[in-house]
Design a protein around this ligand. Structure first.
Ligand SMILES: [Fe+2]
Ligand SMILES: [Fe+2]
Length: 179
């Protein structure tokens, strides 16, 4: 069922979205953690930037965590899946170097931005607090995406990684919305 249809039948849609976004931000922190570890060897010039981006993702995670607590909702059951999957993805792509790191960020953030935009549309008039949390992060996610493109997230690794990373990100969001 499309998100727009679910908003009609699911009064807790905002809660679900906050829960999934919280787990997703944890996944993002984990990806960058893995990449930072490997980039110290494979792409040392990127490390400072990756550390800064991870600090944004930690802030995003804290924002959704606070929103979950305010609602008295538990973490998503996909939280640890996001952590393990994210860390694995981060370690592997970090090992492959600058272009693979940038291609991963471009793919993840593209999917994330598409979902955030869709979430904002379906939550209009339903859940102002969830809208505020999403609106607070969207500009930084766009910045992460654009920064990765400036690193030359194109060519071989873009072609190889985009389908895998996009499909994994989509699956984890799909699953999180149903857990
Ligand atoms: Fe984020
Ligand atoms: Fe991001």
């Amino acid at each position: 069922m499309e998100l727009a249809e679910r908003s009609v039948v699911d009064p807790a849609l905002g809660d679900r979205i906050v829960k999934v976004n919280h787990a997703g931000e944890h996944g993002a922190v984990s990806i960058y953690m893995g990449q930072i570890l490997m980039a110290r060897i494979t792409a040392p010039a990127m490390v400072d930037e990756l550390i800064e981006v991870r600090s944004h993702e930690r802030r995003h995670r804290a924002l959704f965590e606070a929103e979950l607590q305010r609602r008295g909702r538990a973490r998503c059951r996909s939280y640890w899946l996001c952590a393990c999957g994210g860390l694995t993805l981060g370690l592997i792509t970090g090992l492959l170097g600058e272009k693979a790191i940038a291609a991963t960020t471009a793919a993840v953030e593209s999917v994330v931005l598409r979902h955030l935009t869709e979430q904002l549309a379906v939550l209009q008039g339903l859940d102002p607090e969830a809208i505020a949390a999403i609106s607070a992060i969207i500009e930084e996610e766009q910045q992460h995406h654009d920064q990765s493109i400036s690193h030359g997230a194109d060519g071989f690794w873009r072609r190889v990684l985009t389908p895998i990373v996009s499909a994994s990100t989509e699956s984890v969001i799909w699953l999180g919305m149903r857990l």
